[in-house]
Design a protein around this ligand. Structure first.
Ligand code: 13P
Length: 250
């Protein structure tokens, strides 16, 4: 049995003061989630990582991005040792907004995934097709390339520490969430590729759905056998809404 996981991706939202308010409230949210055997986490901006982790050390706190290099002349970037110094053990990799606006590729994602795993961190690797690709029937080849190229060179042993999120780009922030059938079909497909790559370990890897997940629709995804949780943007920002997501996740 895979543990259910709910991660709130805050994107470029919340000042440190606002993040602190949420972090204080998250102590109760975490108790609530633990009572239901659900893992929860958030990915604040870099500037709020320490304030959230310090306020609620047991919450999963992840970065939204990381540079694969340890240090050097890379203006504006943040490295793995910098995250580890703050006690941060997770990072998103390859969110579609980073692929779209910051030219991230499966290759650069692969470098990040390998660097995170080498440092005993958890990459939350995001994949998903654009609207044009969806309409052209290309979802599976696109997602397969994202998985195979993004996870190239990952050992079976390290694969245990992976988390995958399927986020169709057309469903992010649009209110047009993928149906539970589409989401399950793609998450099942992802698991078959993971099985090909990592054998039985694939059964242990959590696969999340993301894209316009709300308290009102989270339950339907959780009923699907290959969807183990959700990566939530907008609906993860307010404490009440986060609490409702936990309530309705199962
Ligand atoms: P929304 O939940 O706001 O659609 O965002 C999804 C997302 O991109 C989470 O990473």
């Amino acid at each position: 049995m895979r543990t259910k996981l709910l991660v709130g991706n805050w994107k470029m939202n919340k000042t440190r003061a606002e993040a602190l308010d949420f972090a204080k409230a998250s102590i109760e949210l975490l108790k609530f989630a633990q009572s239901k055997q659900i893992q929860i986490g958030v990915t604040p901006t870099y500037l709020s990582l320490d304030v959230v982790k310090h306020t609620n050390p047991n919450l999963i706190v992840g970065a939204q991005n990381v540079n694969a290099k340890e240090s050097g002349a890379y203006t504006g970037e943040i490295s793995i040792p910098m995250l580890k110094e703050l006690g941060i053990e997770w990072s998103l990799v390859g969110h579609s907004e980073r692929r779209t606006y910051y030219a991230e590729t499966n290759h650069t994602c692969n470098e990040k995934v390998l660097a995170l795993l080498a440092n005993k961190m958890t990459p939350l690797y995001c994949v998903g097709e654009t609207l044009g690709q969806f309409e052209a029937g290309l979802t599976k080849p696109i997602v397969e390339a994202q998985i195979r190229e993004g996870l190239k060179g990952v050992s079976q042993e390290d694969a245990r520490h992976l988390v995958i999120a399927y986020e169709p780009v057309w469903s992010i922030g649009t209110g047009k969430n993928a149906s539970k059938e589409i989401a399950e079909d793609v998450c099942h497909f992802i698991r078959t590729i993971l099985k090909d790559l990592f054998g039985g370990v694939s059964e242990k890897i959590q696969i999340l759905y993301g894209g316009s997940v709300k308290p009102t629709n989270i339950k339907e995804y959780m009923a699907m056998p290959n969807i183990d949780g959700a990566l939530v943007g907008g609906a993860s920002l307010a404490v009440d809404s986060f609490a409702q997501l936990i309530e309705n996740i199962g």
